[in-house]
Design a protein around this ligand. Structure first.
Ligand code: ADP
Ligand code: ZN
Length: 738
């Protein structure tokens, strides 16, 4: 199938492959340098052709072969080209998304050489960042990055944040960071939690599920499974044994998790079981570390890759199984550049590699469950918790009745939740308190004119953070002191309303002075390894109450927890997103699932102003099937997935009128092109009307065939002339509707 010409995927924002003449013989997946425009660029050989070029076109020759050995395997190339086509993405960018970033760069340093690495000093913290934000924004950005990632390769940093090198010098003088040389790149830090106890005998249900998966592994070829196992039913053990089986056959495995730093227990179980054969792909890896792990997999030194959505591209050789844990999690979908779904691509890769794909969750997404219903995947069920443990009994508390003051209602901990917390503490047991909003108060409001303090760059209210005495934007990071006068009417009665995790924590400490409390949210966990530390401290009984955002709901297995409190279940229900009910349902089921995973039974208390709301009732009574039926019915009536398919087009621009005009133009082009074939909703101002200084408009395309949506979009995309500074996102199967 080789020809005279090679087709090269070059990482440029163009939906084309580029044809070159090969000087020698070149294999599929080779990394090359090719003349491009006036310069030279890196690319990957993804195809061949014999067809002579059209008259008048001269075909240039490949300049250099960087690696003749394939950097991307044949099945991966098929998957990546499929993905580029499906998600209307530039194939070169898609292909390079599967490679360590360093591959894009010409004359990139190899893994062995010396690299400069910068890391934040221990003293550097949020406060230093805040001090810098106004005076030296670039330094603030660099410092924030380092605090979050621990350390980073200076060259990589410079590439992501131009000017980072100079900023680092200034930061080093202030002793906020340290720059040092690394010759040998260290192995990435994996969650260092105590290795969990071994599971000797599987439950009958685990046994049955595993058997089906193992049969498929032995049979070879593609097979898709949905493992619907209630919380605490031992899904992880099924994953581990399936991976073990793959390894025993000399094949590899990929395990995807929504966010690796949030699941240290799962990661430590995998590494405890399979040791050096595991490569953990963590977003905090420096460029060199990433390359190291990539090489270990590529060379077959490691056979199991664990990571977030992009680990679907891990160069695992001959993977027998791809597992997607918590498949319902929306973070599998990348929503900005290259909007692909790691979960869906896992299925595509499995098809191309001839392997098994296993989606696991306690709360399947409506789409995946419908797939299983229609026979496109095999449903495996774990209906009971291990060791005859029961699912927690969950009480719903109506806040309308318990909190009489309607104006400045402080709905933190009602009497029933307080009683339960007191009982739990008395018995020496642990509790989790979940509230899905960080910060102290939710917003600052003028009592005279009702004006609220908004972000300058985003159309959202600023959130009050008590510790820093600042108002902060949760989208762009802007921060400023609480104004003493209203910017609208000049009145002096600015008050803080609403409630965040900081205030929950304060309230818990005030009411239970003896209790040891840990707060876990993205403000308290900026330091690398913080989540893992908190979870291991809590799991080992060093604290009594864990307060936090949805971070506390994620799969943690803490046997001492017997009570889960939900401070306000209503937060997400009213979002203008057709999945709002589904997300709320999943969140409630997941958080309740943290209780009663040890010897003592667990219970839950859910506070809400809408005790009768269907998704609250069904979630607290663990009635998944009913929720699914009702939701499916609703989706059918309203024409949402899985009944219809969606494609979201979002335009953004710093200028309000430019984006409005652009959105209208795109919408009418889409309507003309798709006349009679698709339904178009909008264009409308996005619910999040302005983000990081850019105004946003969007429209939603619907059809029962995703192919039609893509065809129409592509035709429009090709003709579209966007004004300077505009961005237009075409998002197939969108998750982010805001
Ligand atoms: P899930 O992911 O389904 O919520 P986990 O996989 O975290 O559940 O398992 C819950 C707990 O049960 C873990 O501590 C695990 O070690 C334990 N476990 C799993 N399978 C068994 C079994 N067959 N017998 C006893 N304990 C088990
Ligand atoms: Zn903002």
């Amino acid at each position: 199938m080789r020809g005279r010409y090679v087709q090269v995927a070059v990482p440029v924002p163009v939906r084309n492959l580029f044809t070159y003449q090969a000087s020698g013989s070149l294999g599929l997946g080779a990394l090359v340098e090719v003349p491009f425009g006036r310069g030279v660029k890196r690319g990957v050989v993804v195809g061949f052709s014999d067809a002579p070029p059209p008259v008048g076109i001269t075909i240039k020759t490949v300049a250099r072969v960087v690696a003749a050995e394939p950097v991307v395997s044949r099945p991966m190339i098929r998957m990546l080209l499929w993905a580029a086509d499906y998600y209307l993405a530039p194939p070169g960018e898609m292909v390079f998304a599967a490679l360590p970033p360093i591959f894009k760069k010409r004359k990139a340093a190899g893994g062995g050489g010396t690299v400069l690495v910068a890391g934040a000093e221990d003293s550097a913290g949020e406060r230093q960042v805040l001090e810098l934000v106004g005076r030296a924004p670039l330094q603030a950005r660099v410092l924030r990055h380092l605090i979050e990632s621990g350390e980073a390769d200076v060259a990589v940093l410079e590439r992501h944040i131009p000017g980072a090198r100079a900023a680092l010098c200034a930061l080093e003088r202030k002793e906020f960071v340290r720059v040092f040389k690394h010759t040998r790149l260290r192995r990435p830090r994996v969650a260092d939690l105590p290795p969990p106890g071994e599971v000797k005998n599987l439950t009958a249900e685990q046994e049955r599920a595993l058997e089906k998966v193992v049969d498929a592994l032995d049979l070879g070829g593609y097979g898709a499974f949905l493992l619907h196992g209630v919380t605490g039913s031992g899904k992880t053990e099924v994953y581990l044994r399936a991976i073990g089986h793959a390894l025993s056959r000399g094949r590899g495995a990929i395990l995807l998790v929504p966010e690796i730093s949030l699941t240290p227990q799962l990661v430590s179980r995998v590494t405890a079981r399979f040791g050096q054969r595991v490569a953990v792909l963590h977003s905090g890896l420096s460029g060199g570390e990433r390359l190291d792990e990539w090489r270990r997999l590529q060379q077959g030194d490691a056979l199991v890759a664990v990571g977030a959505r992009s680990a679907v591209f891990a160069p695992v050789r001959n993977p027998a199984i791809l597992i997607v844990d918590e498949e319902h999690d929306s973070s599998y979908k990348q929503s900005e550049r290259l909007p692909y779904s790691g979960r869906d691509l896992a299925m595509v890769r499995a098809r191309e590699e001839g392997s098994v794909v296993l989606l696991g969750t306690a709360t399947p997404s409506v789409e995946s469950y419908a797939h299983a219903r229609s026979g496109r995947s095999v449903l495996l069920r774990l209906t009971e918790r291990v060791q005859q443990r029961t699912l927690p009994r969950v009480e719903v508390v109506d806040l309308k009745e318990t909190l009489p003051d309607p104006v400045e209602r402080v709905h933190t901990i009602g009497p029933r939740l307080a009683d339960c917390l007191a009982e739990t503490l008395d018995r020496g047991e642990q509790a989790i308190l979940f509230h899905n909003r960080r910060g102290y108060s939710s917003f600052a409001l003028c009592k005279d004119c009702g004006h609220s303090v908004k972000c300058d760059n985003c159309s959202v209210a600023l959130v009050h953070h008590q510790k820093e005495q600042q108002l902060r934007c949760h989208y762009c990071g802007l921060s400023r002191p609480v104004p003493s006068r209203c910017g609208n009417c000049g009145g002096g009665r600015i008050r803080l309303f609403g409630l965040g995790t900081e205030k929950c924590e304060e309230e818990v400490r005030r009411r239970f002075p003896g209790a040891r409390v840990i707060r876990m949210d993205s403000d308290s966990t900026t330091r690398r390894g913080a989540v893992s530390d908190m979870i291991s401290r809590f799991a080992s009984g060093e604290a009594d109450i864990l307060v936090g955002t949805q971070m506390v709901t994620k799969g943690h297995d803490m046997p001492g927890v017997t009570l889960v409190g939900v401070v306000l279940a209503d937060l997400g229900i009213h979002l203008p997103d057709f999945r709002a009910a589904e997300r709320t349902f999943q969140l409630l089921m997941q958080v309740a699932g943290r209780a009663g995973r040890g010897e003592r039974a667990g219970r839950g208390v859910v506070q809400t102003f809408m005790p009768g709301h269907e998704c609250i009732v069904l979630a607290t009574e663990h009635r998944f099937e009913e929720f699914f039926e009702k939701e499916l019915d609703r989706r059918r009536q309203l024409g949402y997935p899985p009944h219809k398919r969606l494609l979201l087009i979002r335009a953004s621009h710093p200028d309000r009128s430019v984006v409005a005009g652009l959105a209208r133009k795109v919408a009418s082009a889409v309507r003309v092109e798709g006349a009679g074939r698709i339904e178009v909703l909008g264009p409308v101002v996005s619910p999040l009307a302005r983000l990081r200084g850019r105004y946003r408009w969007q429209m939603l395309l619907k059809s029962s065939a995703v192919k039609v949506l893509r065809e129409v979009s592509l035709a429009v995309m090709m003709r579209l002339k966007a004004p300077r500074g505009a961005k237009i996102l075409f998002d197939v199967d969108p998750q982010d509707m805001l």
